[in-house]
Ligand binder design. Structure first.
Ligand code: ATP
Ligand code: MG
Length: 656
């Protein structure tokens, strides 16, 4: 026994214990929701530490920032020792960490920028423009769509042609042009020293594939690799795991095929189903007990997933006592649905339930709008995990663009974003300024210039922009006096006082509100010394895995979350809203008539209902006055059809 004093056999059931105490080697834990897979993984980490494994030799991977944070907290609660050397995070964050150290090997500098969806779009638009495609009056796919296609190709390692043929047959006529754009896009990223999210994975993989010494270095460093939510790994992630694990195969993965919900990002549940074929020595552990939910919630969950043909059969037994029968709540319309939820949450809090123990889950972010308004009206505290996040707001991005340009002066997107803020500067002038910059000595150098203004002030700008251009140039100097970066919070302060406050006050009605946001950003920046780390964190937080919370901040308030972001988490009380056909399942899926997509949608439904520990409310509006299809009446979600009536109790709520 090691230093933690944990009695593993008492804390875990037989199968969990067997997995936790297993000899090092490939191991798979495959089990349904709430069976303690994540618990097994965290105890495994504690167990390894107790066995004397150095925290720096452990790599712990998962899918969302929030889940990663929770997992690390759980480990820290188990063991007394310092675990800060343990690497834990999302695939993207780990990729970022590795790349920051070795980016030069790939022709980037270690201060490379990370492009979020928005930046990616701007860059793509530039590339399409520069390709001078002759559309002959036909419609060429938009930047957004191109980005999705390239991303899918990267994440599945499938040939672009194949992707077009199978998934986008209507775009095949553009095949040559799309290839050209893809090439141009890759080149442009290199030129501007930027990576998109996919690159964080792909380039890490490439780096380790190509450099044998480095590969061995990391294989030795990460003696033990542990992966949660393995069912959602895509090809690249899976390859990366295999590569890091190396020959010794000290790998433990846990997952549930019934919760695979990321195929749209190239996730492939055959990774989990074929684990044993790849790792022939693999030990497999199955857990058949559910510790999370009351028997009624569990029975409903089992019924919810049953219609799916593609799955490993597994029935879960509940160990908990009977609780409230899950509620099925039809409501007159969306605003009454929101009202019901607000009122019920008020009551629950009145009964002593902590707001943090309550979640409202939905298929799509916009389903939360009325609910956000209702909770605000009732002054109920809440937090949101999806949608337009704090860090994706225009003013936050403006400020970070200035920082990014100073840090990486090849960052074209940031430079242009910043230039376009000035009066009298349009796309054309921004282009010219960029060209002038890239031709200047300072712009060509890989060093941070001692002074930005020295070069930039010599450029010609429209008369209208003269004053603000000067201000901007001087502000940039302040961010890196003599070529040395200021602390992130100081940078933000300089930007706000130097140029941005003035810009906001003439551009936005709600500039006070925005200033407030920027001050919050400044506060957030306080916890960072190193601007590179700060910027990487900002970008990673606005990713699909995003999480608006400060990494130190405790969760506060009722959680409003998309189901995707709720994966792996649990709450005492869960409201699952908008259970109407066309909303959930999603309209596109229904139109496509694609059985596989419907099955994925149903797995999403399963993930949602299995988040509940004690109380589950399934709600839907019976009418939808704002329906864009013009259908006033809604049809209750077809997923509800699979649930025997005796498993729910229908609540009758009248509007008056
Ligand atoms: P999901 O599939 O949703 O990710 P999971 O299989 O990872 O679920 P956990 O989140 O690890 O499940 O566990 C669900 C709940 O059950 C947690 O609150 C956990 O602490 C509890 N639990 C798991 N195993 C045991 C056990 N052996 N004894 C007591 N409680 C347990
Ligand atoms: Mg889990």
């Amino acid at each position: 026994p090691g230093g933690s004093g944990i009695d593993y056999a008492a804390e875990l059931n037989e199968q969990q214990y067997a997995a936790v105490a297993s000899a090092p080697g490939p191991a798979l834990v495959i089990a349904g929701a709430g069976s303690g897979k994540t618990r097994t993984l965290t105890h495994r980490v504690a167990y390894l530490l107790d066995q004397g494994v150095d925290p720096g030799n452990i790599l712990l991977l998962t899918f969302t920032n929030k889940a990663a944070r929770e997992m690390l907290e759980r480990v820290q609660q188990l063991v007394p020792s310092d675990i800060s050397a343990l690497w834990s995070g999302t695939f993207h964050s780990i990729g970022n960490r590795i790349l920051r150290r070795h980016a030069d090997e790939l022709g980037f500098t270690k201060s490379f920028s990370i492009l979020d969806r928005d930046d990616q779009k701007s860059l793509m638009t530039e590339v399409v423009k520069s390709c001078n495609i002759d559309t002959g009056g036909r419609r060429f796919p938009k930047a957004d769509l191109l980005a999705s296609i390239f991303s899918l190709a990267e994440n599945t390692s499938e040939d672009l042609n194949e992707i077009l043929e199978i998934r986008y047959p209507h775009l095949e006529e553009w095949s040559d042009e799309i290839h050209e754009v893809q090439k141009g896009y890759r080149k442009k990223k290199k030129q501007t020293n930027s990576m998109d999210f996919d690159d964080l994975l792909i380039l890490t993989l490439k780096l380790l594939q190509d450099d044998e010494d480095l590969r061995h270095l990391y294989q030795r460093k990460f003696r033990h690799v542990l992966v949660d939510e393995y069912q959602d790994t895509n090809k690249v992630q899976c390859d990366l795991i295999d590569l890091l694990v190396g020959e010794k195969q000290y790998l433990m993965v846990v997952g549930d095929d019934a919760q695979s919900i990321y195929s749209w990002r190239g996730a492939d549940m055959s990774n989990i189903l074929s684990f044993q074929e790849k790792y022939l020595e693999a030990q497999v552990f199955k857990i058949e007990t559910n510790y999370r939910s009351t028997p009624d919630v569990l029975e409903l969950s089992n019924a919810a997933i049953r219609p799916n043909k593609q799955q490993y059969e597994k029935e879960l037994r509940a160990v908990r006592e009977q609780g409230m029968t899950p509620a099925l709540v039809p409501l007159d319309d969306p605003s009454i649905q929101a009202e019901f939820i607000g009122e019920r949450i008020d009551e629950l809090i009145g009964e002593g339930v902590e707001p943090e123990e309550i979640a409202v889950l939905y298929r799509a972010h916009y389903h939360s709008m009325e609910i956000q308004m209702e909770l605000t009206r009732r002054q109920l505290p809440f937090q949101i995990t999806s949608g337009l996040r704090f860090f994706e707001q225009a003013h936050i991005k403006d400020v970070s663009a200035m920082i990014r340009f100073v840090v990486n002066s090849r960052d074209e997107v940031s430079f242009k974003r910043m230039a376009l803020l000035l009066p009298g500067i349009g796309a054309k002038t921004a282009d010219n300024l960029w060209t002038a910059w890239t031709n200047s000595a300072a712009g060509r150098s890989v060093e941070v210039p001692k002074s930005f203004s020295e070069t930039l002030l010599s450029f010609k700008v429209p008369a209208k922009a003269k004053d603000t251009w000067q201000q901007l140039c001087h502000t940039l100097d302040e961010l890196a006096p003599d070529g040395k970066f200021e602390r992130p919070s100081n940078m933000i302060f300089s930007i706000l006082e130097g140029v941005y406050q003035e810009y906001m006050s003439v551009s936005f009605d709600n500039h006070e509100h925005r200033r407030n946001d920027i001050e919050q950003l400044m506060q957030y920046g306080e916890s960072y010394e190193d601007v590179l780390e700060f910027l990487a964190q900002l970008s990673l937080m606005s990713s699909v895995d995003g999480d608006p919370n400060n990494k130190e901040k405790k969760d506060e308030g009722v959680m409003l979350s998309s189901i995707h972001q709720a994966k792996g988490l649990e709450w005492k009380v869960v409201f699952l809203v908008w259970l109407a056909d066309g909303m959930f399942p999603n309209g596109r899926v229904l139109e496509s008539d694609d059985e596989e997509m419907l099955e994925e949608e149903r797995r999403l439904f399963y993930v949602a209902v299995t988040r509940a520990k004690d109380q589950l409310y399934l709600t839907y509006p019976m009418t939808n006055p704002k329906s864009y299809t013009g259908d006033y009446m809604t049809r209750p979600s077809r997923f509800l059809d699979a649930i025997p009536t005796e498993l729910t109790e229908e609540w009758k709520v009248s509007a008056w």
